[in-house]
Design a protein around this ligand. Structure first.
Ligand code: DCP
Ligand code: MG
Length: 383
């Protein structure tokens, strides 16, 4: 059978480097993009110079400022990032008919059969890097491997500006020494449970008895066991539509007044609903994210209706669906938001994969509707 080659490309420090690109005087300096530089947002992206000082994504900007007071702090400019993202994707689509966009700055490309000789698609890799530099002005890290799981992990392993290759049949050995958290779907809770069982490396996970994996991961156990052994036959899904839409907001000061929070939630939901209506889209799941003054994040989501929303139909306020499940008293300093797919109101905790201009995913308050969390079929636009 022909060798299968998948390339995963992820732009380096995307938002931060996008700022450096149009302000060359910032090159070599710590640059942090996120929220209000004087307020309480969180870090979206930081140049590697800032990361060397401990700054990380999702960290409160105030903390980043303490770690790196001489950094340049900037608000995001999503129109600019969207345009760069479009150029990045256009280069990949020029090189292969099968490209799956995974987020604003990452995509998979199927390079199977693109090399003239057996072996890794070296020429494609070199072309991607060269064209990115010349036509976009940015660098990316690339993972080149026989499947998506391996390519994604490889691209992230030694950022920035590297190519990491996993050969045919080399997946299990490549993964074995890596921490289990590198595998998609193994979050902090699963990591803790696995650690309690003495499983910390992917190799140990690959060797674990199936019954144990089923206990920790339920239905997902067998698939994860395969991934841990470097096996992943999933095809690329070109042009997958965004699965959720949403809006969020970080307040400049703590808000403990429920009426004010509800007003903010309503506003976020209305904006999301408007976006859905413009796109002729419907939704079924409403998601709410609330972050308090200690940066604790609470998430709730709920399928609010048996049928998807109908574009044009007005919606009940999302709290009708979700408020019951929230703490009775709003935590001080929080903003909340939700979206009801039953209603046509929307918001999102996720970056819509194909969107280039919406709000970034982190914020104190967000409202979202997902068309479906469990099935992509449910995400067909409502009529
Ligand atoms: N982003 C965000 N909030 C997050 C994660 C990411 O707003 N929690 C935005 C800012 C990032 C962009 O998405 O620039 C891409 O995300 P990455 O995780 O790829 O982060 P970077 O590209 O910034 O850094 P890296 O070099 O690690 O890829
Ligand atoms: Mg990136």
């Amino acid at each position: 059978m022909a060798e299968r080659w998948i390339i995963h490309a992820d732009l380096d420090a995307f938002f931060a480097n996008a700022e450096v690109l149009r302000r060359p005087e910032l090159r070599g300096r710590p640059v942090v993009v996120g929220g209000d530089p004087d307020g309480r947002g969180v870090v979206s992206s930081a140049t590697y110079e800032a990361r060397a000082r401990g700054v990380r994504s999702a960290m409160p900007v105030a903390h980043a400022r303490r770690l790196c007071p001489d950094a340049v702090f900037l608000r995001g400019d999503f129109a600019h990032y969207g345009e760069l993202s479009r150029r990045f994707r256009a280069i990949l689509r020029d090189l292969s008919p099968t490209v799956e966009v995974a987020s604003i700055d990452e995509a998979y490309l199927d390079a199977t059969g693109l090399a003239r000789e057996p072996g890794p698609p070296t020429a494609v890799v070199e072309t991607i890097k060269a064209r990115l530099r010349a036509e976009v002005g940015l660098t990316a890290s690339l993972g080149v491997a026989p499947n998506k799981t391996l390519a994604k992990i490889a691209s992230d392993l030694r950022k920035p500006d590297v190519v990491v290759l996993v050969g045919q049949g080399g997946g299990a050995a490549f993964l074995a020494p890596l921490p289990v958290g590198r595998l998609a779907g193994v979050g902090p809770k699963a990591r803790a449970r696995l650690a309690a069982l003495g499983i910390r490396r992917i190799g140990e996970l690959a060797a674990a008895p199936p019954v144990l994996l089923r206990e920790v991961f339920g239905e997902r156990g067998p698939a994860l066991a395969l991934r841990a052994r470097g096996i992943d036959d999933r095809p690329l899904e070109p042009d997958t539509p965004a699965k959720s839409r949403g809006h969020e907001r970080t307040f400049a000061r703590d808000i403990g007044d429920l009426t004010a929070l509800r007003r903010a939630l309503r506003d976020l939901s209305e904006r999301t609903a408007a976006e859905l209506r413009r796109g002729g889209l419907g939704g079924r799941i409403v998601a709410l994210k609330l972050r308090d003054s200690d940066f604790r994040t609470i998430g709730r989501q709920r399928a609010c209706a048996a049928r998807p929303t109908t574009p044009g139909r007005s919606s009940p306020p999302p709290r009708r669906c979700c408020a019951r499940r929230w703490p009775r008293r709003a935590p001080p300093g929080s903003g909340g938001a939700s979206a009801c797919s039953a209603c046509g109101s929307v918001a999102s905790a996720r970056w819509p994969a194909s969107s280039t201009s919406s709000t970034p995913p982190r914020c104190a308050t967000s409202a979202s509707t997902a068309r479906s969390t469990s099935s992509t079929r449910a995400s067909a636009p409502a009529r």
